[in-house]
Design a binder for this molecule. Structure first.
Ligand code: TXA
Ligand code: MG
Length: 359
């Protein structure tokens, strides 16, 4: 990392009423600098996707392994043609249906996209975010913006500007505070260079939603298992420890009453050892941990198990809150894996370092 930068922090409530902030941020991107900005999924850390040196700064600021490619964000479908070799017909249909929105598509890259942006790959990931600030910034920059999630590598993705400030203050040129993101989980990634197309990362746009539009589609089988030498996820980023809180995080899976008693037993033991303990639960179950709360455990309600979008929304914030409190041992319940539950469990499983205990 270079010497500490003076990070400008600007708040935008209404993109139509802001004056000069987007223009200033656009100038920073054009000049090869780094800007943190909101999208509908999570906050991104942006740089000019066509400028290899600028992309290199993203890797340095995040401490990100250089083989992990970046997503190029566009503000208009017209920007796609320059970035890719071809647009398969199924991709066109998906774009019409889900862009702008939380869906990233992988294409064969054109020559103008540097390998410094794609982690050395011949493919490029592209998405059009459904967020006015993000699209105005791309327009003002006059270039596609490469943006990973704006967290330090390995940490939970930022869902409010404060998270970006915690991780990136002094490391990047500017952060645009656009309030809390709408969704809280990163986009669904679909590889369109294979047949049938393949989901490389689950997200808000589910397999069912995609296959309603294009028919057959499959999951990369590696994304639901612990990666090893023989099983490598196609999205290089999915092989790394990710979204992880600092504390030791484990999840319990099984019948509800068994899960609760296993968590109570384990947490009680750690509390007796004098450790700082936290539990992640739902509004349906939070009352079942009252005894732990009385013993000093931090019980955090992540959302409503019947409205999985509430859980997606709070997930990263909850993990970061445990970090702020210095929680040493975190116990969590698992969630059903239909629809959005797949994306939620994918992130939680990685956050827990695949430490899921069946009871
Ligand atoms: O919602 C999102 O997608 C957010 C916001 C900021 O747009 N961005 C995001 O970026 O999540 P990042 O860098 O945190 O995750 C991108 C993932 C990584 O797992 C990376 O390996 C994968 O996309 N990826 C990018 N380009 C790829 C490619 N050409 N082939 C396969 N995987 C790719
Ligand atoms: Mg990320």
């Amino acid at each position: 990392m270079d010497a500490k930068l003076n990070t400008i922090i600007e708040k935008i409530e209404d993109v139509k009423k802001q004056s000069g902030i987007i223009e200033k941020a656009g100038e920073i991107i054009k000049a090869g600098g780094l800007v943190g900005f909101p999208t509908e999924t999570v906050y991104g850390l942006g740089a000019d996707a066509l400028n290899e040196e600028a992309a290199a700064k993203i890797y340095a600021a995040k401490g990100r392994p250089s083989d992990n490619p970046l997503i190029a964000h566009i503000s208009d479908v017209g920007m796609l043609a320059d970035l890719v070799k071809d647009v398969p017909p199924k991709a066109k249909v998906l774009m019409e249906r889900f862009w702008p929105g939380p869906m990233t598509l992988i294409f064969n890259k054109s020559d103008i996209v540097p390998k410094g942006t794609t982690g050395g790959l011949n493919t490029v990931a592209v998405r059009m975010p459904d967020n006015d600030i993000a699209r105005a910034l791309i327009e003002a920059s006059g270039t596609p913006i490469a943006a990973p999630s704006g967290n330090l590598s390995g940490k939970p993705s930022p869902t409010i500007a404060e998270h970006m400030i915690d991780d990136m203050d002094g490391r990047i040129d500017m952060i645009i505070d656009g309030g809390m993101v709408g969704m809280g989980l990163e986009s669904t990634i679909v590889d369109m260079t294979c047949e049938p197309p393949m989901i490389l990362r689950p997200g808000f746009i589910t397999k069912e939603m995609l296959s309603e539009v294009i028919g057959e589609i499959e999951y990369d089988p590696a994304i639901f298992k612990k990666p090893d030498e023989n099983l490598r996820p196609k999205a290089p980023g999915m092989k790394y420890r990710h979204y992880a809180p600092s504390g030791d995080f484990s999840m319990y899976d099984g019948e509800e009453s068994k899960v609760v008693s296993a968590i109570v037993e384990k947490a009680t033991q750690k509390l007796k050892e004098g450790k700082k303990v936290g539990v992640i639960t739902t509004c349906q179950h939070c009352d079942l941990y009252k005894s732990l709360e009385q013993m000093g455990a931090e019980i955090i309600t992540i959302g409503d198990e019947n409205r999985l979008e509430t859980i997606a929304n709070n997930l990263y914030k909850v993990l970061r809150d445990f970090d702020k409190k210095g929680t040493e041992f975190i116990y969590g319940e698992t969630f059903r894996e239909d629809d959005l539950g797949k994306a939620i469990m994918n992130r939680l499983t990685k956050a827990a370092g695949y430490n899921i205990i069946s009871v």
